[in-house]
Design a binder for this molecule. Structure first.
Ligand code: SAM
Length: 242
């Protein structure tokens, strides 16, 4: 059963910066679903684009896999096909949980969960790379260097599926979207106190880029056909090809 996120509810919550520790891993499915508008649809899109662009005998990467929700869609989309799925996260709690959940798939050799910093990951022979709400936790230089490596390690015709929280070039629009996002979380049962404590904990940890910067960066690296395939308030999903 999915455990409800109440981390920022009681007096027991601390003032430490947000981290993907054991406590967060335990409630992560509920947390991301109630906090990120369009999260469930982002997973559906991963399956749809993998169905279309995966190439037999290539690798799929899920960079920053958390509890493996996107990996699960990669597994479904490549069922019965020659594929290797490599899922990476630098949180021990997340990888330990994935290793328990997906033990059968791991035994079959179809998927591997690796505890590693994605800034060190080598990408090779990939037709699908998923970065689902993860780039926002890297420094600006790390974002560029990771995407360059993704591009280098991708076979022609491959696709990157990238979802991110973003901000806008108008401060007014950014604030308006942020307010709607706040209401989205309140609608999903988070109290004003929880929303404000979580926002404080994420300060300096989750840093958004301008939506337009994502396009510019991908295109300047060499990605082609960079398309916005979904937006939900201040969250966006892009698909980019090689
Ligand atoms: C918002 S969650 C990603 C959600 C997940 N992709 C999904 O679709 O369910 C961000 C994840 O990225 C991981 N992460 C953040 N920075 C990382 C890094 N430098 N290397 C590896 N993993 C990282 C975190 O541990 C966390 O599990």
């Amino acid at each position: 059963m999915i455990k409800k996120d109440s981390i920022y509810k009681g007096d027991n919550s601390n003032d430490l910066p947000f981290s993907f520790n054991e406590e967060v891993a335990e409630v992560f499915e509920d947390m991301i679903d109630r906090s990120v508008p369009g999260y469930a649809s982002s997973l559906r899109l991963i399956k749809i684009f993998t169905n279309k662009y995966f190439r037999e005998n290539s690798n799929c990467y899920d960079l920053g896999c958390s509890l493996g929700a996107a990996t699960e869609r990669l597994l479904k989309a490549t069922e019965g096909k020659e594929a290797k799925i490599i899922a990476i996260d630098n949180s021990k709690a997340m990888i330990d949980s994935c290793n328990r959940r997906y033990a059968d798939h791991i035994k079959s050799g179809k998927v591997e969960f690796i505890k590693q910093d994605i800034t060190d990951t080598k990408i090779s022979n990939s037709s699908i790379v998923v970065i689902n709400f993860v780039l926002q936790f890297l420094s600006s230089a790390e974002r560029t260097s990771l995407l360059e490596r993704v591009y280098e390690g991708m076979i022609p015709g491959g696709r990157l599926i990238l979802s991110e929280k973003i901000h806008f070039d108008s401060r007014f629009r950014t604030e308006a979207m942020s307010e709607l996002h706040h209401q989205f979380k309140a609608e999903n049962g988070y109290t004003e106190m929880e929303i404000s404590r979580k926002r404080d904990a994420l300060e300096g940890v989750l840093l958004t880029d301008l939506g337009t910067l994502h396009f510019q960066r991908l295109e300047s690296i060499g990605f082609k056909k960079v398309r916005k395939v979904m937006t939900n308030l201040n969250f966006m999903t892009l698909v980019a090809g090689k």
